[in-house]
Write a new protein. Structure first.
Ligand code: SF4
Length: 622
């Protein structure tokens, strides 16, 4: 019983008798906020036979229930794994601080919502890495589950679950590398079942864990950090990775080629609690051809794959029948670019008429929004409408390759107000490479012009400006760029506040300290794993929530680990070896560098549906 924590001891008891955990929970839940987050039993929840499953997985979402249950990756992968008779998949979310504290003091280990089994009971824990500021929650969840953080401490036999992760964060997972056995790069629909089958079969055949890990590296898209050693020059500057066989020197992402055949979660779980997105998410396409130079999602998702309208209409009907949701959102990175989007909208609106279901679109590029589309959308219940010009001048929009013209924005805004919208939100980013005061002034001028466009049509017209801070991301043309300092970002936010002070335009902006923390992890290397551990030990959690983010802990942790934030937020030399060079999203480093050089010259790159830019993604799918 030496150094077993309360959770350790309790887990043993609860693993053998999950009902025991239910009883312990009954004593705790009445005293916490939104107990429904922890109770399970929702509509469409899968109840699979524990004993019959070859591989038992728990899907961990490192944020609160309402956010996790709105995540499309969770809906797809959790549903897909449960669809397979060999596997079972359950869910666990980061408990809100009040619940985490109660669990810790009551000795209740983190458990899965379907069977109330502690996470230690599972063969595999799969984590989705959607945003960097959720990483401290991952360590908190491991602590609460009584599972050692570092993979090296879990490799004794199969007492401990495998820890794997996927999502955009897997394309530079080095800050998390010591904590995970493997990362899954790219589309999970085919790769995840292959990984679970391998683990399940080897467990059954008593294959040693190390051998299983080696076999996993033979699957395209699997990155096992244990096989990669960083090399540095005599000054200690990172020079690249040494890969040990059988691991490939370059890990290439998994790509689902036939997107029409890709699994779709029609029977997704319908929570009792209100969630961030209480609606059906119909994924109309994956990838984007626009090539905005700050956008990581656009690069990681290439090549573009559209789903056929008839497939989407069938999925919509199946989903409405299975969930009773009253809204369908057509999701993708740029839904306005979906071929025949107006036709699809018209057909879906007609299909849904009998079900009184609303069809909506997420934020739209101004240059893909027109009167026709406005007419289709406004047939259903009108919520706000969001456009993303990103930068306030044509010069800077060309630098970031956004390709939207002023007249596109004003035509879209006019079409929206004409179609009866009163609420328009405009998305911008500040701190972009080459940004000047004129670009900031351009944001204010555009917003005021948009408001005037609205006010000429209705006195109720309102415009909100939402400004995020540029964070340089791996696998983008701006992966070498510097992030503005906290002081500079705050000064720019102050400039916009002054510019818009005497207007009725609402201004929203992001916390500069949070953006700096995000940038440290976004381009972090293995040394930043130590930073995360110190942060978790100091009590950092829910860092993506402004009410919980504590910048002083980050300063303390940076000092404790002798890391300089500027090293991670500053510019990188063109010839620098990057911590993610051994991981491929299909888009080549040469293409990214060429795009970065074009941005310095203010040169645009055409939408690659019109002209292929030879980024490499289309040739890297087989
Ligand atoms: S290879 Fe060409 S067409 Fe394919 S994603 Fe890249 S730029 Fe676009």
């Amino acid at each position: 019983m030496g150094n077993m924590t309360v959770q350790d001891i309790a887990s043993q008891q609860y693993i053998s008798d999950p009902a025991h955990l239910r009883r312990a929970l009954d004593r705790v839940l009445p005293a916490v906020i939104k107990p429904g987050r922890y109770a399970g039993g929702e509509w469409n929840m899968a109840r699979k036979d524990w004993e019959a499953a070859e591989t038992r997985m728990a899907f961990l979402f490192p944020d609160v229930y309402e956010v996790g249950m709105s995540n499309l990756a969770l809906r797809i992968l959790h549903g897909l794994v449960n669809e397979d008779p060999r596997f079972l998949c359950e869910r666990a979310f980061a408990p809100w601080p009040d619940m985490a504290d109660k669990m810790r003091s009551a000795g209740i280990p983190l458990y899965a919502l379907e069977s109330f089994r502690p996470l230690r009971a599972f063969d595999v824990l799969g984590v989705t890495l959607q945003y960097e500021l959720s990483y401290t929650n991952i360590l908190n969840m491991l602590d609460l589950a009584g599972i050692p953080r570092r993979a090296a401490r879990r490799d004794s036999g199969d007492e401990w679950p495998w820890l794997i992760a996927g999502g955009p964060g897997a394309f530079n997972p080095e800050p998390l590398a010591p904590f995970f056995d493997a990362f899954l790069l790219g589309d999970g629909e085919e790769l995840l079942p292959a990984v679970l089958a391998r683990i399940g079969a080897d467990k059954k055949n008593g294959v040693p864990r190390a051998e299983t890990l080696a076999r996993l590296t033979e699957l395209r898209g699997v990155y096992a950090p244990a096989f990669y050693t960083p090399s540095a020059d005599e000054r200690g500057v990172f020079q690249g990775w040494q890969a040990a066989a059988p691991a490939p020197p370059l890990v290439r992402k998994a790509v689902v080629a036939d997107f029409n055949a890709a699994w779709f979660p029609a029977r997704c779980i319908v929570p009792f609690n209100e969630t961030v997105h209480d609606r059906i998410m119909l994924e109309v396409m994956r990838g984007c051809t626009r090539g905005c130079r700050f956008c990581q999602a656009g690069m990681l998702g290439r090549p573009l794959r559209e789903r056929a309208p008839e497939v989407l209409r069938r999925q919509a009907l199946e989903s409405v029948r299975a969930t009773g949701y009253e809204e369908i959102s057509l999701v993708s990175l740029s839904t306005g670019d979906y071929s025949g989007v107006s036709h699809l909208l018209r057909d879906l609106t007609a299909d849904m008429a009998g079900w009184s279901v609303n069809v909506s679109l997420p934020s739209l590029r101004p240059d893909s929004f027109d009167v026709e589309l406005a007419a289709e959308i406004q047939k259903t219940r009108k919520s706000g409408l969001t456009f993303a010009p990103e930068a306030g001048t044509q010069r800077l929009r060309d630098v970031i390759n956004k390709g939207v013209k002023d007249e596109d924005l004003f035509r879209a805004v006019a079409a929206a107000f004409d179609a009866g919208w009163n609420n328009i939100k405009l998305y911008y980013m500040i701190g972009l490479p080459t940004e000047t005061e004129a670009d900031l002034a351009g944001i204010a001028a555009q917003a005021e012009a948009a408001l005037q466009t609205g006010r000429r049509r209705s006195g109720k017209a309102r415009v909100t400006v939402s400004v995020s801070n540029f964070v340089p991301k791996p696998h983008t043309p701006f992966q070498w760029a510097a992030q503005d300092s906290r002081e500079t970002l705050q000064a720019k936010q102050g400039y916009l506040r002054d510019k818009l002070r005497r207007t009725p335009i609402k201004l929203q902006y992001h916390d500069a300290d949070m953006s700096a923390a995000e940038a440290i992890l976004s381009r972090g290397d293995r040394r930043t794993a130590g930073l995360l551990e110190v942060l978790a030990d100091k009590g950092a959690r829910f860092d993506s929530w402004s009410e919980w983010f504590r910048p002083e802990l980050w300063q303390e942790a940076l000092r404790a680990t002798e890391l300089r934030a500027e090293y991670f937020t500053g510019a990188r030399p063109w010839d620098a070896a990057l911590p993610w060079d051994h991981l491929s999203a299909g888009v080549t480093k040469e293409y990214l560098r060429a795009e970065a050089l074009k941005s310095e010259r203010g040169e645009r790159t055409e939408d690659c549906r019109l002209v292929c830019g030879a980024c490499g993604a289309c040739g890297d799918t087989a």
